[in-house]
Ligand binder design. Sequence first.
Ligand SMILES: O=C(O)CCC(=O)C(=O)O
Length: 296
Amino acid sequence: MTDHGLTEEQLAAYERDGFLFPLPLLSGDQAGDLRSGIEGAQSRARDVANMFQYTFNVPHLVIPQVQELVTRPDVLDRVEAVMGPDIMLWAASLFIKEANTTDFVSWHQDLRYWGLDDDAHELTVWVAVTDVTPENGAMRFVPGSHRSGLVEHSDTFSADNQLSRGQEIAQTVDEADAVTVALKAGDVSMHHGSLFHASGPNTTADRRIGLAVRYICPEMRQGVGSVDHATLVRGVDRYGHFEPMAEPTFDFDPFRMAAIDRMLLAENEFFYKGAEDKAPAHGRRKEMAEPANPAG
Ligand SMILES: O=C(O)CCC(=O)C(=O)O
């Protein structure tokens, strides 16, 4: 074990493949508490005008339980093993595949539409809030594809694609090489921002819930948008390239909402560059359908 939470072998595997899984984080009971916390917040959000989308797009900024999770020392130790001691939280989002639905995520590279200038200094920790299986829409990763650089994507804006632009890699992806990221509830995977990855629909009777958390190093810059937001969660920011965001003190803290709205609208500049007419009013990802029974 390095003194930062990954073994030398794990670190070498991450560098070689562009991902790592499964890594244990929460017990089954703790994952169950997290699921209840998220679903409880989503139920409360349904009673407040326009709040539902925030639980998908910025769960860490509206649900204190999620904020606590994404700043846990044992999560940051693993991020530090890859990226070094200075870490900023750039974004988090919930990817929920409702039971028996066709929603999917096409083959893509995360960094394609994020405007960030350098792919060596960003990674995702993806937390399995429920069990994740090939049947309920587990991610698939192509080992080593993070070394391709950023490749061309085409936008489909397909209704059941969960990505903001329905973007998909424009070249053939060799799916035969892909690895299925099955995880127990409470486990995490880590992946590089240039990794080719995708996920299929949920053909089971329960929801699949994943929390994707994006960390960057302070030296990164926003190269497309005029302003970007990220909050120092460990170490020192010697650059000041990003505006910080305040932690929520309680669910949907109204004093925080105006700042969140400004951030989401600013993000449209890079998420929707070249497709400005498709940018949603609340920014970032497209509007997600509310489940008929969010707790079920
Ligand atoms: O949760 C999923 O199915 C896809 C998530 C994803 O593409 C990501 O976290 O980068």
